[in-house]
Design a protein around this ligand. Sequence first.
Ligand code: HEC
Length: 122
Amino acid sequence: MIRASAFFSLVLGTLPVGAFAGGGADGPGWKDVSEVFVRRCINCHAAHGASKGLRLDSYAATLEGSENGPVVVSGDPAASEMIRRLTGESTPRMPFLGRPLPPEELELIRRWIETGLRDEAG
Ligand code: HEC
């Protein structure tokens, strides 16, 4: 007979860690990250007023990037200007003049980039 604790660690051990960070098992999709963009970014990054030409109000526009080019590099969060802005590694930090994203939202966006910028959650 298996003890309950052993049973749970067996079940949990088979779940990908990321399953708890939002989105599908293989990675979040646009729907997951756009929820953060709508709340925290599109006041300044949408069709009506796109700071630095960057729009975060559609999947296509987000991948297109700013007047400087792409801000997300598929599979490489550290090389993505979006992450650098959210952590303050590049300044000014984003959200501009706002409180920084909570760690779980930063992690969600980081995983979205790392797992290949999915349109649909994996
Ligand atoms: C209050 C307005 C405002 C909000 C809210 C805001 N931004 Fe920005 N964002 C700006 C401005 C202004 C710039 C240009 C700053 C600069 O580099 O001179 C900018 C620049 C950026 C850049 C750099 C573009 C480039 O190519 O240099 C990224 C990436 C970015 N923002 C992402 C975000 C994200 C992601 C959010 C939400 C979490 C966000 N911003 C929220 C105003 C805002």
